[in-house]
Design a protein. Structure first.
Length: 848
């Protein structure tokens, strides 16, 4: 028997889901599967396309797990679209000339953006918003543009407007209908949305059409003529006026398509030709609809895979509920949102001050039929799950905000087991609560891996982890210990352990986990606690990580490196000369670091105070390269020297580095400031990164280089200097307060319930009411900052520890040896091959 061949045309979101559904059913093992993919890369998350502009890379957006194709023996041809189907011969031909014979053909070709036939629509500077390539082109064109206009104020139009705003353009949205998002929201919701979006600086024009794009001499966009006779000067236009199913292949091979497009399929997603299926946005489902959302597409993918595997399944239609965040505004609609059912009644809550609008549609006997939420969609998951039933509390209570006289004590626990919690993957509450952890739920059910809007509810449904304690000594998390230290003004690890440690640990010394973690908490709160804490004093000295013992980084051969602070990477020639002289006089290897400062390697312990005395005299201070604290704030040269720069990035970098220097945190902190969107300082790979815009600064958070890189997320845009500093103050203090030990901001952000949105709620919208406190704590840190090295060289007691051997203070460490290389020194590798790391006797540890 020959192996049957399945050909999939289109490797988008639904196509990939179809492949996974085939693999889950073992079909990939028994068949040859060939995929023709038009785009230059495998399937990626189109729903999150816009996150490319907040730093996600195309790789981040990929939906294909590494090794998936190889593991399942799937042949993927990227950049090679199907151009013809011969149903008689049962072959598909690709643009490259490749012809594949199929037993089963699955069309998953998605949609194309509709561009209204207005004159000038093909001018240079006109774009659509569908693929990563579209975004790359928009990004490049925006660099030389000032104004951008989006044609279409629907879901995708507002996403595109957000993107243009983020690229620093003056942004306009032109919508033909009398309100924004006419499909999803009603008049009231549209008005609330418009107000909030206008407050963000996007100009909204509703009730007007685009008549013509006029062009400049070079053929590029110059202006848009609108149907009310007005004109809008613009450099760039994004068409976002709806999508149309890509059904051309089907039409050409004689398969029936709908009047308004879409490949006609039955309940098994089969076309008229039993060997050909169509799924996703290209299909006209058996209920006569073309679905433009991903969740119904996924259901179709599962249905087709089941049919091919000989299993039962059908797709008869889907819920069009959606919850979105557009330009930072929550917008959701579910069920019969427009109240089309006979006799339906509306319950409306509207607060124009805060831009919150909520409407529930109910039947006369109290059944919840649908609703619209704008500005606050917190209750979306719960409301959606109760749709079609009478909720256990009154509908009024469900729309009123907490604190407005009718707080709702209705959480996800009140939902029935069959309530769908993840609508992207159609996962019910019962299926979720069968698992113990979020990781397990995501892996086994895929819930939470689609649009992500249900992740918060998932967290509420799952049991809390058993022991969240920091270590064997403390049953509390790091965050809880932080709260205890702050509230009870605890200034020593010993006191914290004795009063709040686990019973068995009380009276002991603590362990290698809690000692540095508690030391870091106390150090970051020192001034606020009224404590004078120097890392080399008293108990603090014994608690620190290895590098903090000598305020320098221990290197490979037992020598130390020295990194003076060079704020923003700016340094005078006189200071450069001092560094050169110190390096020469002490024979130190000298290297410029990736953080725009100068690292001096090869110092012996006893040389550190002498070296630092000269550096401090010349005006240098500790660069904290050794501590879990702020490292550097890199910068490009900014508008002062660079012709692209739009703000003074150097000044801002210096201000920030001086403000946050010495701030002890759960892990090291890195930052950078770029003077324009070209991003020469690489701010998006930093814990907090700043990129200048024409009207201020964009703040990115949670970036990381290193072994597990992560692009930072955009937290807020177009901030003034003062707003920027205030937000960073809050962000850093919130991180220090809530992160785990040794947790970088990137990991913390991904772990936090609600992720970036939660952080934004807390630090931008002050949802917890703690921002004053966070700012006060940072102000205390700034006021209390002292240079650790200046303090150390002026204190004989602290200096006493800088010896290689405490029992023989005058003896230099003989194992620290160097050999020459490229006119400098390097560690003697022959010596390093042996067991040479010196055994030092540290304070409090017996000599051995
Ligand atoms: C910016 C944006 C935001 C969105 N936000 C949301 C949201 O919040 N919620 C939601 O539910 N939906 C959202 N959507 C819609 C969602 O992305 C689509 O519903 C989903 O991608 C449909 O999947 P699909 O596989 O049918 O089509 P696609 O993902 O478009 O994939 C189709 C693929 O087929 C390829 N193709 C076409 N013709 C051929 C050919 N002849 N040969 C080979 N390949 C071909 C295309 O190049 C494409 O790669 C959004 C869409 C965009 C653009």
């Amino acid at each position: 028997m020959t192996t049957p061949t399945i050909v999939l045309v289109g490797h988008g979101m639904v196509g990939q889901r179809f492949l996974e559904a085939l693999a889950d059913r073992g079909v990939t093992k028994a068949s040859r599967v060939v995929v023709l993919c038009e785009e230059p890369r495998p399937a990626y998350d189109r729903v999150r396309l816009t996150s490319y502009f907040s730093g996600k890379t195309p790789e981040d957006l990929s939906m294909v797990e590494a090794g998936f194709m190889a593991e399942h023996g799937i042949e993927l041809h990227v950049g090679d679209p199907a151009v013809a189907v011969d149903r008689e011969a049962r072959t598909v031909t690709a643009r490259s000339g490749l012809t594949v014979a199929y037993d089963t053909l699955v069309l998953a070709t998605g949609s194309y953006p509709f561009v209204p036939p207005v004159p000038g629509k093909d001018a240079g500077g006109c774009f659509v918003y569908r693929t990563i390539e579209d975004l790359l082109a928009i990004e490049e064109y925006a660099m030389t543009s000032r104004v951008g206009a989006v044609v279409g104020g629907g879901l995708l139009g507002l996403e595109a407007a957000g993107a243009l705003k983020g690229l620093g353009l003056e942004t306009h949205v032109v919508e033909f209908a009398p309100r924004l998002m006419p499909v999803q929201v009603d008049e009231g919701g549209g008005a609330a949305l418009r107000r909030t979006i206008q407050d963000m600086g996007v100009t909204v024009h509703t009730g007007v059409g685009t008549q013509e794009i006029t062009t400049a001499e070079d053929g590029s966009v110059a202006a848009m003529k609108l149907s009310d006779g007005s004109a809008l000067d613009t450099d760039l236009v994004v068409f976002s006026a709806g999508v149309r199913p890509r059904d051309q292949l089907a039409r050409e091979c004689g398969l029936p398509v709908g009047e308004r497009g879409g490949i006609v399929v039955d309940e098994q997603c089969r076309t008229e030709d039993g060997m050909v299926y169509a799924i996703g946005e290209c299909a006209l489902a058996s209920d006569g609809r073309v679905y433009g959302l991903v969740a119904p597409g996924y259901e179709m993918a599962e249905t087709a895979a089941k049919a091919i595997a000989g299993q039962e399944g059908s797709f008869t239609g889907a819920d069009l509920s959606t919850k979105l965040k557009l330009l930072g505004v929550d917008v959701a609609s579910f069920g019969d949102a427009h109240g089309t059912a006979d006799g339906s009644l509306d319950i409306v809550y509207s607060d124009t001050r805060s831009g919150v609008y909520k409407k529930l549609v109910v039947s006369s006997d109290g059944v919840l039929l649908g609703g619209i939420l704008v500005g606050d969609a917190e209750q979306y998951g719960t409301l959606r799950a109760f749709t079609g039933s009478v909720p256990p509390v009154s509908c009024e209570q469900l729309v009123l905000p907490a604190g407005a006289g009718a707080p709702v004590a209705l959480g996800p626990s009140a939902l029935p087991d069959e309530a769908v919690i993840c609508s992207c993957h159609n996962v019910t509450k019962g299926a979720i609560t069968a698992h113990a952890t979020l990781a397990e739920v995501k892996k086994c059910t895929k819930a939470g891996t689609g649009c992500g809007s249900c992740v918060k509810v998932l967290g509420q449904l799952l049991p809390a982890p058993a022991d969240k304690g920091l270590c064997g000594c403390f049953a509390q998390t790091r965050q809880e210990l932080y709260e205890i230290v702050l509230a009870l003004r605890v200034t020593t690890h010993a006191e914290l352990l004795d009063r709040h440690g686990r019973e068995a640990a009380r009276g002991g010394d603590g362990c290698e986990i809690c000692k540095p973690a508690v030391a870091s908490i106390i150090a970051s709160l020192a001034t606020a606690l009224g404590a004078s804490v120097h890392v080399l004093d008293g108990e603090q000295a014994a608690l620190q990580d290895t590098n903090d013992h000598f305020l320098a980084n221990l290197q490979k051969n037992g020598s130390y490196s020295i990194v003076p602070r060079i704020p923003g990477g700016e340094i005078t020639p006189a200071k450069l000369i001092v560094i050169g002289e110190v390096a020469r006089d002490f024979g130190l290897y000298t290297k410029i670091t990736g953080g725009q400062r100068i690292d001096l390697f090869g110092a012996r312990v006893e040389q550190l105070p002498m070296i630092w005395t000269r550096l401090v005299d010349a005006g240098f201070e500790s660069g904290h390269a050794y501590g879990k604290s702020l490292r550097t704030v890199k910068s490009c040269v900014g508008q002062t020297w660079c012709r692209y720069g739009v703000q003074d990035s150097v000044r801002m970098a210096i201000d920030l580095e001086l403000r946050y220097r010495g701030l002890r945190s759960p892990h090291k902190l890195k930052s950078a400031v770029s003077g324009c969107a070209r991003e020469c300082a690489e701010a998006q790979s930093k814990d907090f990164g700043i990129i200048a815009t024409a009207s201020g600064w964009n703040l990115y958070v949670g970036g990381n280089g290193g072994a597990t890189p992560r692009h930072a997320d955009l937290l807020a845009q177009d901030l003034s200097d003062a707003e920027l500093v205030r937000l960073i103050d809050r962000f850093l203090m919130f991180y220090i307060r809530t992160a785990d030990r040794l947790e970088r901001t990137s990991v913390w952000l991904d772990r936090l319930d609600g992720g970036l949105e939660h952080v934004r709620d807390v630090v931008v919208h002050d949802s917890l009411g703690i921002c004053d406190e966070l700012e006060a704590l940072m102000a205390a840190h700034v006021a209390g900052y002292r240079d650790e090295w200046a303090d150390t060289i002026n204190d004989p007691e602290r200096l006493a520890r800088f010896v290689s051997f405490v029992n023989a203070p005058d003896v230099p460490d003989p194992s620290v040896k160097f050999v020459p290389e490229r006119d400098q020194v390097k560690p003697d590798l022959q010596l390093l091959a042996g067991p040479v790391l010196p055994i030092r006797t540290l304070e409090g540890t017996p000599a051995s």
